[in-house]
Design a protein around this ligand. Structure first.
Ligand code: BJW
Length: 316
């Protein structure tokens, strides 16, 4: 499938100056967030879409919430695993993956856990998953070190299956019943107890939990080390692109200032003009307002060319 030619969404003057800078840049960072996957149909955390049923999504992303109500937290994450598996990478994921192939000293720091960048064939060495993955699971018992990567079983246990509307008149023996949208408060959720939830196969004691980084938890040590090495591995950084993130969560947001301190110019791509990093915008920065899925292929075009086939690794 080739990307269709789209009308320009970016002011010409900004586009030219950005492309000129990108062309001569060698050491490049991208910090990406939930807005990158918004046009793939996945909700963001803050603002509209940040509520899951009546719960603030960021309040469910904590060890305390899991300790209090592991059934509810698993329902939230099981739903997100299901939605992420149904979603497809969009042109912004493919554009960044292609830029990584063209610029070898470019790394993407992803706060996303949805697996869409890997599915867009982003070169793995150039993609640093700061907040883990929905498709990793690990034991929640402090004394057990069980971790499993790339677990795509959906649902992970039968009790977490998305309920369907059995009374739907369009359902036939050949056509599956329509799935209910369990993010809607009007859809009843089953009460889950400990025995319904995924259990650690190693220690047989602890509950499994999603392999994501919750508030108050440390980011993966190897990922942090790799980034640190990259940051100090050259005299200067030419550019950091801050794409589809409110840049409010640390340590991720701190990389914007760290890159700036090494000379980087900052390019922000966001739907919301007010979502600039805490240090604000400097002279020489760019703000590209709009949907990352439209803007990224356009601003990177000078280096990556037109996006051609967009293979989804999940379909191969
Ligand atoms: C579009 C768009 C479209 C929409 N196109 N744009 C320093 C100062 C203050 C506090 C701290 C600090 N250092 C650490 C902290 C504490 C805390 C923190 O940052 N708190 C802040 C909220 C104040 N940080 C932590 O706890 C971190 N851990 C840590 O620091 O550990 C230290 C430690 C040391 C030693 C021992 C123990 C600990 C961990 C942070 C983990 C964050 N986890 C989450 C959940 C991950 C799992 C999951 O997905 O459920 O990560 S929270 C959530 O926020 C998720 C996201 O990755 C992250 C960032 O959100 P993101 O991606 O920016 O989404 P949104 O919704 O905020 O923004 C979307 C943007 O897109 C918006 O701007 C839209 O406008 C835009 N948009 N559509 C372009 N189509």
């Amino acid at each position: 499938m080739a990307a269709s030619a789209r009308p320009s969404v970016v002011p010409q003057k900004d586009l030219e100056s950005f492309q000129e800078h990108l062309d001569k840049s060698t050491r490049i960072l991208a910090l990406i967030g939930a807005g990158l996957s918004a046009s793939s149909g996945l909700p963001t955390f803050r603002g509209a879409g940040g509520l899951w049923r009546t719960h603030d999504a960021t309040q469910l992303a904590t060890p305390e919430a899991f300790g209090r109500d592991p059934g509810l937290v698993w329902q939230f994450y099981s739903y997100r695993r299901h939605m992420a598996l149904k979603a497809k990478p969009n042109p912004a994921h493919y554009a960044l993956a292609e830029l990584a192939r063209k610029k070898e000293d470019f790394i993407t720091l992803s706060q996303n856990v949805d697996g869409l960048s890997p599915r867009a064939k982003h070169p793995p060495d150039q993609l640093k998953l700061l907040h883990g993955s929905l498709f990793d699971v690990k034991c929640s018992d402090f004394f057990c070190n069980y971790v499993e990567s790339n677990n795509y079983t959906d649902p992970i246990v039968p009790a977490l299956a998305i309920p369907t509307d059995e009374s739907d008149p369009t359902t036939t023996s050949a056509l599956a019943a329509r799935e209910l949208d369990i993010s809607d408060i009007n859809v009843d959720l089953p009460e889950l107890t400990f025995s319904h939830l995924p259990r650690c196969p190693k220690c047989k004691r602890g509950l499994l939990r999603p392999g994501v980084v919750w508030f108050g938890e440390q980011l993966p040590a190897k990922v942090m080390r790799d980034i640190e090495e990259w940051m100090v591995g050259g005299d200067k950084i030419d550019l950091i692109m801050v794409i589809g993130t409110s840049a409010r969560v640390y340590p991720a947001a701190g990389y914007v200032d760290a890159a700036r301190a090494k000379g980087a110019r900052v390019a922000i791509v966001n739907m919301d003009k007010n979502d600039v990093p805490a240090s604000g915008l400097y002279k020489g920065d760019w703000f590209f307002e709009g949907d990352a899925a439209q803007i990224m292929p356009e601003i990177l075009k000078g280096v990556i060319g037109e996006l051609g086939d967009m293979p989804d690794a999940a379909e191969e």
